[in-house]
Ligand binder design. Structure first.
Ligand SMILES: Nc1ncnc2c1ncn2[C@@H]1O[C@H](COP(=O)(O)OP(=O)(O)O)[C@@H](O)[C@H]1O
Ligand SMILES: O=c1ccn([C@@H]2O[C@H](COP(=O)(O)OP(=O)(O)O)[C@@H](O)[C@H]2O)c(=O)[nH]1
Length: 236
């Protein structure tokens, strides 16, 4: 039995690289599309935000001489490229999708509105929310929390390449221990960097639970949605 009716799934752009150093790994993309199709077939309404770190990050561009605002705009275009790729992979599995962009760029996608997103979700379409918040100096984590709150999602699922939230970055500290549950305040107190603080604060202020889980393990998305205790649940 699924515990959530409407979800906002955030997928890390960097994870889309798979084993590659850059860009989109076709196999990884296909795996994501299959898993998303499976949960949508259970009747769960799915909206998706994808990062752009596999292509471009504004902040890293500044060290190479890019203007930050232009760099962030490049990052937002990167999230749009990834959204189109996932939309196409889902379409090839006969799943209906709608790409809504935070910046006007028809015909690549339609300009986002809450109403369009909800109409599509209620029709059973997968909604891909591209270009983050549409503003520089933000991240797709913040875009995800913003959109999740707007569309009245029951939960924000942060699909990433680690198993959940740890006492320290598990990619750097082998002694780090995973939390099954954690409060928003504990994330601040411990200075945990799994999600940016703007995103965490938006979720806290709007009472939106977050689940951080490993999206790269095939089948995990379904497990989270079926209420298995996978990943880390963030709540009050
Ligand atoms: N306390 C922590 N618990 C879990 N992951 C952490 C923590 N601190 C930092 N991280 C890092 O956060 C990453 C997950 O965030 P994500 O937004 O998916 O990655 P990225 O920003 O690289 O695309 C993990 O890969 C991990 O290295
Ligand atoms: O609302 C937003 C969302 C994203 N970005 C830019 O898009 C890049 C890619 O997004 P992010 O780093 O969040 O992707 P991920 O870490 O998930 O790969 C960021 O570095 C920013 O430069 C932005 O400017 N505003």
């Amino acid at each position: 039995m699924a515990t959530y009716k409407r979800i906002l799934l955030k997928i890390s752009g960097e994870s889309l690289m798979g084993e590659q150093q850059y860009g989109i790994d076709a196999q990884r993309l296909q795996q994501y599309a299959e898993q998303i199709r499976e949960v949508a077939a259970q009747g769960i309404q799915v909206a998706i935000v994808i990062g752009g770190g596999n292509i471009f990050r504004g902040l890293s561009g500044t060290s190479k001489g890019f203007d930050r605002v232009k760099g962030d705009q490049m990052g937002m275009l990167a999230t749009t490229i990834n959204s189109l790729a996932l939309s196409s992979a889902l379409a090839s599995l006969s799943v209906k999708t709608r790409v809504l962009t935070a910046i006007r760029m028809e015909p690549i996608g339609e300009f986002y509105s809450k109403q369009k997103a909800i109409e599509s979700l209620e029709r059973g379409e997968i909604v891909l929310l591209a270009a983050g918040t549409g503003n520089p100096f933000f991240t797709t984590d913040t875009g995800s929390s913003l959109r999740a709150i707007e569309i009245e999602a029951d939960v924000m699922l942060k699909g990433t390449r680690v198993d959940g939230i740890y006492t320290a970055d598990p990619e750097k500290d082998a002694t780090a221990v995973k939390f099954d549950e954690i409060t928003y305040d504990e994330i601040y107190k411990r200075g945990l960097k799994v999600m940016d603080l703007t995103a965490t604060t938006m979720c806290k202020e709007n009472h939106l639970p977050i689940v951080v889980f490993n999206m790269d393990k095939y089948g995990n998305l379904k497990k989270v949605l079926n209420g298995e205790s996978i990943g880390t649940l963030v709540k009050e």
